[in-house]
Design a protein around this ligand. Structure first.
Ligand SMILES: Nc1ncnc2c1ncn2[C@@H]1O[C@H](COP(=O)(O)OP(=O)(O)OP(=O)(O)O)[C@@H](O)[C@H]1O
Length: 239
């Protein structure tokens, strides 16, 4: 089953083409990395998939229909996510869980992200990595069929990063599909079944880590692809 389908998608903000004719598909159960430099269009892709923005042109489908109809079946961690103060971890997870028809029990979701020992703590006292795991718990609480993670491990050390992906994999074991954005080549290569390289709003490559890298190094492949685009289109995504 196709979980994400984008065809001919362009998103313009005035003269800026945040996305420029993007075609992509993600199938059920895949873990897909979206790799791209700053301003490539990664966050814009998530915003379109979450119905937080509409494409200027083209078609976006999530779980077989318009993104707005899929909202309750999608869990997300966005870079812009803020957390309220004055609440405990347990209170916040319980509160968000109430908006889903089939929420995972609070203690179970906290255990899944290894925050069971922090349930009674105020969210303001969490470390950067714990905060990210709390955001993952909030993304998982509705037992989503699709997880959209925008640079979810940006603030994490190696140990937290590994444990984070172990949790995300458990979620996939429950049937979910994952699309995540990252700047980290090693993370893309080790975590993802498939890597999409995006720059200046265009999809430059789509393949398994082995298909993309071969005997080369992913960083070299990535730099070659993005430099090729800069040479071909020095004006960038601004028209
Ligand atoms: N609301 C907006 N108004 C105007 N321009 C925007 C808006 N949102 C995004 N853009 C522009 O669209 C382009 C793509 O931005 P986007 O945030 O999708 O990139 P990104 O790949 O997520 O970057 P980063 O890795 O830095 O987070 C950038 O040039 C950005 O400045």
């Amino acid at each position: 089953m196709t979980v994400i389908e984008m065809s001919g998608v362009t998103k313009e903000y005035g003269p800026v083409h945040a996305l420029d004719g993007v075609d992509l598909r993600v199938e059920r159960g895949e873990i897909v990395a979206l790799l791209g430099p700053n301003g490539a269009g990664k966050t814009t892709t998530f915003e379109l998939l979450l119905a937080l923005a509409r494409p200027t042109r083209g078609r976006v489908e999530v779980l077989g229909g318009p993104p707005s109809a899929a909202r309750g079946r999608v869990g997300a961690m966005l870079q812009s996510a803020g957390l309220p103060e004055q609440v405990t971890v347990r209170e916040l997870v319980r509160l968000i869980g109430r908006s889903y028809p089939r929420a995972v029990p609070v203690d179970e979701v906290l255990e899944r992200v290894h925050l069971d020992g922090r349930a009674g703590r105020s969210v303001t006292t969490l470390s950067g990595g714990e905060r990210q795991r709390l955001l993952l718990a909030l993304a998982l609480i509705g037992e989503p069929e699709l997880l959209l993670l925008d640079e979810p491990t940006a603030a994490m050390d190696v140990v937290s990063r590994r444990s984070f992906w172990a949790q995300a994999r458990t979620a996939v074991g429950h049937g979910a599909t994952v699309l995540f954005a990252t700047h980290d080549m090693t993370e893309a290569e080790t975590v993802a079944d498939r890597i999409l390289v995006i720059a200046r709003g265009r999809l430059l490559a789509d393949g398994t880590p082995t298909e993309l890298v071969g005997d080369d190094d992913l960083e070299e492949v990535f730099l070659a692809l993005t430099e090729e685009l800069s040479t071909a289109h020095p004006e960038g995504a601004v028209r």
